[in-house]
Write a protein that binds this ligand. Structure first.
Ligand code: IPD
Ligand code: CA
Ligand code: CA
Ligand code: CA
Length: 287
């Protein structure tokens, strides 16, 4: 892959995101059909599917050999594996619950992985018109301005992002609540904003110091992970192991030191991983 190729990929997806962003802005104030997917708090609107179609159509037109892993195509039954092929990983609307409620913290998140390495990531909030982007090795940007994470090393001085997620299984929810309760005693604050992709960008820009979540999908964190790392953040599995995009969990911190303090709370995290038995496989259909 040459510099020229990556620049072409970047321009093409930016074009698709521009069109998709207009539709999201229209939908934000429109009356929407709200359906549920796997549970009462797992929401879906007609806009999620339409945005994903716009992005895939635009990319397929220019790069017919590329593969796609999209949240809504996967939900509709499209079998998509994470292979070495150039693969676009798409979350058409990250923060659908916010979208439904008119809370302006939502994003279109797109990553391109080649040989399973994310080389390009864009997270765009069409409501606030903030575009976070990164190309591997070239830094992270918000609306064209370089961004850096906070560099915070101390857990007690940190603002941490956590999420409850859409799963309402009492055991899972209870463990997540207990984890967040335990952490809040040790930090300045905890925020649950409702978009995994933007959470990673908040760490990237330095307005929050760390974010962790169990139960996320590859499309939630592929782009944001690259943006955070290019801004100097440290990302890993909450166990301390290297981050794996199909393992459905992420810890992102401004520094390795801060990540290590959070990993020390691993006993609590371990309870979650034991309680929540997510299927980890090469097939994204099962995630
Ligand atoms: C969700 C959001 C939310 C996170 C969930 C995700 P969606 O994505 O990122 O913040 O807690 O785990 O599923 O469904 O709005 O695209
Ligand atoms: Ca969803
Ligand atoms: Ca998502
Ligand atoms: Ca989504």
């Amino acid at each position: 892959m040459t510099q020229h190729d990556i620049d072409l990929y970047y321009r093409t997806i930016l074009d698709g995101i521009g069109t998709a962003g207009k539709l999201v802005r229209e939908g934000f104030t429109a009356t929407k059909q709200v359906k549920t997917k796997e549970g009462a708090a797992d929401l879906l609107t007609e806009y999620d599917q339409r945005v994903e179609e716009i992005l895939i159509d635009r990319l397929r037109e220019s790069f017919p050999a590329h593969k796609f892993i999209g949240e809504e195509s996967t939900a509709l039954g499209t079998k998509s594996s994470f292979t070495d092929d150039p693969t676009w990983i798409i979350d058409p609307i990250d923060g659908t619950t916010n979208f439904v409620h008119g809370f302006p913290f939502i994003a279109i998140s797109v990553a391109l992985a080649i040989s399973k390495q994310v080389v390009l990531g864009i997270v765009y909030n069409p409501i606030t018109d903030q575009l976070y982007s990164a190309i591997r090795g070239r830094g992270a940007f918000r609306n064209g301005q370089i961004i850096k994470c906070s560099g915070q090393k101390s857990l007690s001085l940190s603002q941490i992002l956590g999420e409850y997620g859409p799963n309402r299984d009492p055991a899972i929810l209870d463990t997540k609540c207990k984890t967040l309760e335990t952490i809040v005693e040790k930090v300045h604050s905890i925020r649950a904003m409702g978009s995994a992709a933007l959470n990673l960008c908040l760490v990237a820009e330095g307005s929050c110091d760390a974010y962790f979540e169990y139960g996320v999908h590859i499309w939630d964190y592929a782009a944001g992970d690259l943006i955070a790392r290019e801004a100097g953040a440290y990302t890993c599995d909450p166990s301390g192991a290297p981050l794996n995009l199909i393992h459905r969990r992420v810890l992102c911190a401004a520094t390795k030191e801060l990540a290590e303090q959070m990993i020390k709370l691993y006993l609590i995290f371990a309870i979650i991983s034991i309680t929540i038995s997510f299927v980890v496989s090469d097939s994204c259909r099962d995630q």
